[in-house]
Ligand binder design. Structure first.
Ligand SMILES: [Mg+2]
Length: 243
């Protein structure tokens, strides 16, 4: 036996973010606001499309988490907590009509034969499960972890959901890559665990133009998931092992 050998440490698992990585989250947002606008239109005897337009305007202004408060203020309607709760429920519980990004649709069957595939997603678990179902993703990857199942404090970048996904796939962190779009949380925790990280930068999405703080960068950036298989192959690391 030779005293040492060169062997390839292959990346054998691809872990994927969901929102704005595999499908446009704005489609979910639009559907949610439409459901809320329908409810509010009934209550106020106003036009659904007009209310929907007001909600989208607030959203496009960068308002997050308080769009309904802003709308009621704008309409001079008293802010009743029960009404806000109903609107939030309508938003979250609507049955979404979602479509994968074309490059994501292309990617999954490309990777399937060679890599273990998993999804790790933040957000209210029941909402995220509805998105997965709408995209029929439960049949297209081997494991899906909803960080919210471990509590709000275990959303990314907590290591807990990454480790759970790796455990389910029987993969060591050094053999996995996490692919996501949000430099605020997708890569910093994954890198600490020893995963490699790839950022998909989509210009028309929430985080497409966000410049990461130091330490929050991904190892690599791409603008289409069509580049990922070549990167995976090229990035397979050669390591020298003592025999
Ligand atoms: Mg995302």
């Amino acid at each position: 036996m030779s005293p040492e050998r060169h062997s390839k440490t292959s990346l054998s698992a691809v872990l994927l973010d969901l929102d704005d990585t595999l499908y446009p989250e704005s489609d979910f947002v639009r559907g949610g606001f439409h459901a809320a606008a329908e409810l509010l239109a009934q209550r106020l005897s106003q036009d659904t499309e007009e209310l929907f337009g007001l909600m989208m305007t607030q959203f496009q202004r960068g308002i997050r988490g308080s769009v309904f408060d802003a709308i009621l203020f704008e309409l001079k309607v008293p802010r009743e907590p029960a009404l806000i709760e109903e609107l939030v429920r309508a938003y979250r519980s609507h049955e979404p009509q979602l479509t994968m990004f074309p490059d994501a649709e292309w990617l999954l069957p490309m990777l399937w034969p060679r890599y273990a595939l998993g999804i790790l997603t933040d957000g209210p678990a029941e909402v995220q499960r509805r998105k997965v179902k709408a995209l029929d993703l439960q049949h297209r990857v081997e494991a899906i972890v909803y960080s919210d199942d471990f509590g709000r404090e275990q959303w990314k970048p907590s290591p807990i959901p990454y480790l759970e996904l790796l455990r389910r796939l029987h993969i060591d962190p050094s053999h996995a890559v996490y692919v996501g779009d949000n430099p605020k949380k997708d890569f910093v925790g994954a890198r600490r665990l020893g995963l490699q990280t790839v950022r998909i930068r989509r210009p028309n999405t929430e985080h497409g133009h966000v410049e990461p703080q130091s330490g929050f960068e991904a190892d690599h950036e791409i603008t289409t998931l069509k580049s990922l298989p070549d990167w995976l192959t090229a990035n397979t690391r050669s390591e020298r092992h003592a025999a």
